[in-house]
Design a protein around this ligand. Structure first.
Ligand SMILES: [Zn+2]
Length: 307
């Protein structure tokens, strides 16, 4: 009898804690942060402002996004000025007092990471350069765990009754990430010292980590579309012929990459710049594995399978 009473109490406690979690509304600026939130709080209701087919620098602050921001309990964004063109408008129009700079309801991933290439001085002549450093940190095997830890802590702070579950899921996620990291390290052995041309610095953290050179960029300056004159300058670089491929993201215009590839007879690799609903790239770890495998296959093909 006592046992049943105990079960009843546990059931009631369980039910009491459900609404807070199930009603928890998340506004994710990019799909990568939506997927991380889902890892730690699968029951959260998430609105994602951008998709892998969009450039996260430039979207419109449309009314449906303002409404989603207004009802959100937390906004999870990249920061480091990535969303400088649209997030301030959204924050201001939504006027959600929980989601303001300095409040627990506004989480910037970049604040929990060591960014590459910060600049002391930035002016318009440099293109769309972010003074804080390269904000495209979501494919960094080293930085994502620090962001994930801070995010799990923040979610636990906002929903204390779920903090135990969130912590347990984070620990499982962290173990899983470490296993993947070992695999990526092994695959990096064949990639080390190779080079690829890129359109923008969105894959740079991962490429640097793999030891892959990505100094040839199709954009003449960050954020400016590839121009004919810049592409012909690139063609004049003797070391361009050493690249394995031109790596671009699904949201980037493939034409400049295709043109350059035809000139140097190298393949164009198009991979998602972030997670999406496809079976093999739903989480950040899956996406990194997919990109690493794509690069590995290209290098092996280039060497005629002699690796
Ligand atoms: Zn960028």
């Amino acid at each position: 009898m006592r046992y049943f009473r105990w079960c009843f109490v546990v059931l009631l406690l369980g039910l009491a804690s459900l609404p807070a979690r199930a009603d928890f509304q998340v506004f994710a600026c990019e799909p990568e942060w939506a997927s991380l939130v889902r890892e730690f709080l699968p029951e959260a209701k998430i609105t994602t402002a951008t998709s892998y087919l969009q450039d996260p620098h430039y979207i419109e602050a449309r009314p449906s996004l303002i409404a989603a921001m207004r009802r959100a309990d937390i906004a999870v964004c990249t920061g480091a000025s990535l969303e400088a063109g649209w997030l301030p408008t959204l924050l201001q129009r939504a006027s959600n007092s929980a989601i303001q700079p300095g409040r627990a309801g506004l989480f910037y991933a970049a604040e929990h990471a060591q960014l590459h290439a910060p600049h002391d001085h930035v002016d318009r002549s440099m293109g769309d350069v972010h003074p804080e450093g390269n904000p495209h940190v979501h494919l960094s095997p080293d930085e994502v765990p620090a962001i994930a830890k801070a995010l799990a802590q923040r979610l636990g702070q906002l929903i204390p009754e779920a903090s135990g579950d969130i912590l347990a899921r984070y620990i499982r996620w962290r173990g899983d990430w470490s296993k993947h990291r070992i695999e990526w390290r092994q695959k990096a052995e064949v990639l080390q010292g190779r080079s690829v041309a890129i359109q923008h610095t969105n894959f740079s953290y991962l490429l640097n980590w793999l030891g892959v050179d990505s100094r040839f960029e199709l954009e003449p300056k960050p954020g400016l579309p590839p121009s004919a004159s810049h592409l012909s300058q690139l063609l004049a670089e003797p070391e361009l012929k050493d690249v394995e491929a031109i790596l671009i993201a699904s949201h980037q215009d493939p034409q400049p990459a295709n043109w350059l590839a035809s000139q140097i007879q190298k393949p164009v690799l198009v991979v998602p710049g972030t997670v999406n609903d496809a079976g093999e790239t739903q989480t950040l770890a899956e996406l990194i594995s997919m990109i690493v495998n794509t690069l590995e296959a290209t290098v092996q093909e280039d060497s005629g399978g002699r690796l």
